[in-house]
Ligand binder design. Sequence first.
Ligand SMILES: [Zn+2]
Length: 615
Amino acid sequence: MLFYYLLPGKTMKKLFLLIAIAAIVTSCSQTSELTKSENDLEVFLEKIEKDNLSEGPVVSSAYWIGSNFITHDSQNIVADYSKRYTLKSLENSRIASSFNDLKTSDSNRRKLELLKSSFVMPPPFDENLASELSSISTKLEAMYGSGEYCYEDGSCYDLEAFEQIIDNSRNPEDLLMAWNGWHEIGKPMKPMYMRMVEIGNQGSRDLGYSGLDDLWFSKYDMPADEFLEETDSVWEEVKPLYDALHCHVRSKLNDYYGDEIVSLDGPLPVHLMGNMWGQSWSNIYDLVYPEASQTKSVNVTQIIEDRNINEIEMVEYAEDFFLSIGFEPLPDTFWKRSLFVKPQDRSVVCHASAWNLDPSNNDLRIKMCIEKNEEDFITIHHELGHIFYYQAYNHLPTLFQGGANDGFHEAFGDLLTLSITPDYLNRIGFISEDEAELAKNDSIGLLMKQALEGVVVIPWALMLDKWRAGVFTGEIGKDELNQAWWNMRESYQGIAPPSERSEQYFDPGAKYHIPGNTPYTRYYLARIMQYQFHESLCNEMGFVGPLHECSIYGDKVAGEKIISTMAMGQSSPWQDAFEKLTGSRNISGKSVMNYYKPLKDWLDTQNNNRICGWE
Ligand SMILES: [Zn+2]
């Protein structure tokens, strides 16, 4: 089984691609349903393990070559492998579903469920529908990937060009033009998207699920509706912090843009937030926290430059973090086979990613065109979180090699980045003790910077799949897709479109994960869980002080907790792994609130005479 995790730069959009390597299809799929026995199941699962071990590494190599040497031929090979193995894993999930009625061990049942839920948009048994689905999915992806909008003067903009404006401009007219322009691309997707959902629902039913919503949300080791309710109640805990941030940001934007553009009691106009989807507000940090310019914060980029630290050394610093808490060193092959520096002589996929190519030989790699700056220094720590997770669970059967749930992998990556504190930078010799003290003095600046990304994304990451769940079940009807999208964005995020959006538009289509069919709840879970992990580890190691000053660097007690949790992979319900690490079986927003407490207090003072909320 090949896993790789991508982290495409600044926007923190993350894409998770799972290619389940399936058994070579044999006649056993034709066996009558009635005769399925425990023995058939053992044979089936053994075959999958064997095939994953023998074929997995070769497929991984094909993908590695496809991303590291982009040529006509490498893409040909990848397309071929991809097609064949998609077919195989489809066959496998179907065989798995033929065991739906068999009583078997928890462990075998778990393996079957993992096989069945490996598809996000499962093709139905009907071959015509299956090929229609495949053609729609490919088209939707391509429409997004090649999306552009051309104006009457003949000038055309793609996403990158529009984002250049949205991320950096402070001219409301330019921002409006860019936001509207990009959102034109959704229009033609609507009928195709709805047809895709219809066929995907059929495919899910063919596997024994009640529909796509059941397939997507029942894999969290609890009934789908309970899970969705729980995600909402966790949000309620975090909402007061978000509301306070929203109120402060609105007031600052009103100061800057005036009442005409930003009202003091309504939702925030999405085009002004410094991000195409309003999912991160880091680009307007200087507007909402002008105090920052008066303090001297740590400049890691400058330190890397001054000390002439090269790309490999940056990775060594990150490895050292993991070794300091008790992890085993990375194998030689990691250093020999990874890509750290952008090659001069060929084109590669530069998005940062972490690869588990050959689990039984511990062949782990990252692929990244490292730039010598702070952002990449942090990203390397994140990517190594994935790598050490792989290393910890690679002793398990291949079907159990995965995160405890799909939020865990990202949560561990992000957990480490919370420990990159001024004290940590002091301990690795980047800054002096005095400089660390100075940096700690502006804790509001530090927390504000983090919140504009880490807190702002929470309601967005939640609402995206809530909308999708509504569309999957039909609760959101065909003629209210865009209306429902904006109603939910307003209710969860307090964000509104800058112009009238009728049903003629399909604004969800302007976000990659909708046409690209990438589930989003994992980012919500990760953003919540990383703070729970952080807080419980800091408590465990006896840290006293504000949580944002706690670094688990060098702490073997914290390390042991992480390693033993990681070693469980996805072999048991995620709540077991979660309990091992945190002592609790429930996700909760309390740790987010504890972590940001100083910021929340500061915001409350700022908001004292302001009217907050947007209803
Ligand atoms: Zn990641």
